[in-house]
Design a protein around this ligand. Structure first.
Ligand code: PLP
Length: 374
């Protein structure tokens, strides 16, 4: 950066680098946990019709309260068995914006947000962007190589740091495993001064029997559950994320959002997709099959995949994970180096994409895996 600009910059931003998962033009892109399947033709037609209908009204600002969209999102969440009211739902341009609204309203200078690393890399970035202090909590390395977070460890860290905001991510990115609700409850009870945010971006991919923190919302006004249409819903390009929480908490977010933050076209596209929820989620089972296949086949290669409730797998036992990342890229397969030594993360794609990754990895495994027993 030019010194003159650097000098003008907020001191706490100087020397930082921007978020940047590489967007490379490669045959097989399995690096950002997108849904690999295209939006179905029927929904493409409906989206086109909806946007066409909305287009002549674009001279007007959008519905600032996006009431129809909030109603449909509340219905979608209520289908999990936990009734969620329209006044309990908030949305933004991606769940990243929803998280930003939470930090703008409940964080800020002199306040602390705690997360348990490794977790979603945007949590600290969004936190510090708002002048909130980020504290890197830790997850343990469990017996099976999983990055577990136990009740005792989480409670101890929450008590030690006294944060105003706690991030929990379940299923956790990049490790893949969902948290038990006992951890969410314990963190909530151990931090009576804090907002507890459970990022459930991958909830739809969780293994059977994995409960959502939505079931804990009743009677816990400091608890927030965030979701997104970017992953299971195959709509990352639209930028639509949302949350469920106490109605008064939702109301507080109106203090910080920009007026009319959700464009008319965004609302129209999301509504058209939500009108075809079954079809949009039709690929989830196929993706879960590929995820389980990745775990099985990587085990067979002498590598250590972490159990996953998401649409990706973190795997370890690599000598030099960055060298493996590069060797895969040289073979046309882009996955994610999440900065954990010895580990890489791969998204579950179509069967063909997954096969391409597994073939390349099988070729590399004998020379790239650690020699010691797993
Ligand atoms: C991908 C992801 C999101 C999604 O963010 P959007 O802004 O909704 O696209 C949120 N949280 C986690 C943990 C993710 O991995």
């Amino acid at each position: 950066m030019r010194a003159e600009i650097e000098g003008l910059l907020r001191p706490d931003l100087r020397g930082r680098s921007a978020y940047g998962a590489p967007q490379l033009d490669v045959p097989v892109a399995l690096n950002t946990n997108e849904n690999s399947y295209a939006v179905p033709d029927v929904v493409v037609d409906e989206i086109t019709t909806a946007v066409r209908k909305a287009a002549s009204g674009l001279n007007r600002y959008p519905d600032r309260e996006f009431t129809e969209l909030r109603t449909v999102l509340a219905d979608y969440l209520s289908r999990t068995g936990t009734p969620i009211g329209v006044e309990q739902v908030w949305a933004g341009n991606g769940s990243n914006e929803v998280l930003l609204h939470l930090l703008q309203a409940f964080g800020g200078p002199g306040r602390v947000a705690l997360g348990f690393t490794p977790a979603y890399s945007m949590h600290p970035i969004i936190t510090t962007t708002t002048g909130t202090t980020w504290v890197d909590g830790m997850r343990g390395v469990g017996a099976e190589g999983a990055f577990d977070l136990t009740v005792d460890s989480a409670v101890e860290q929450v008590r030690a740091h006294q944060p105003q905001v706690v991030f929990l991510c379940s299923p956790n990115n990049p490790t893949g495993t969902a948290l038990g609700l006992d951890v969410v409850e314990a963190v909530h009870d151990a931090a009576p001064q804090a907002l507890v945010v459970v990022d459930e971006a991958y909830a739809e991919f969780a293994r059977p029997g994995t409960p959502s923190a939505l079931t804990l919302l009743q009677g816990r006004p400091r608890l927030v559950v965030t979701r997104t249409m970017s992953k299971a819903f195959a709509l990352a390009g639209t930028r639509l994320g949302y949350l469920a929480a106490d109605a008064d908490l939702v109301d507080a977010l109106r203090l910080v959002r920009m007026p009319y933050h959700l464009g008319t076209q965004t609302q129209a596209v999301a509504l058209a997709a939500l009108a075809h929820t079954e079809l949009m989620l039709d690929t989830v089972d196929a993706i879960k099959d590929q995820r389980d296949r990745i775990v099985d086949e990587l085990l067979g290669m002498g590598l250590s995949p972490v159990p996953s409730d998401a649409n990706f797998v973190l795997y370890g036992h690599l000598v030099d994970s960055h060298a493996t990342w590069q060797a895969l890229l040289d073979r046309g397969v882009l996955i994610r180096d999440v900065g954990i030594p010895g580990y890489l993360r791969v998204s579950a794609g179509t069967p063909e994409e997954t096969t391409a990754f597994l073939r390349a990895m099988a070729e590399l495994a004998p020379t790239h895996r650690k020699e010691s027993a797993r």
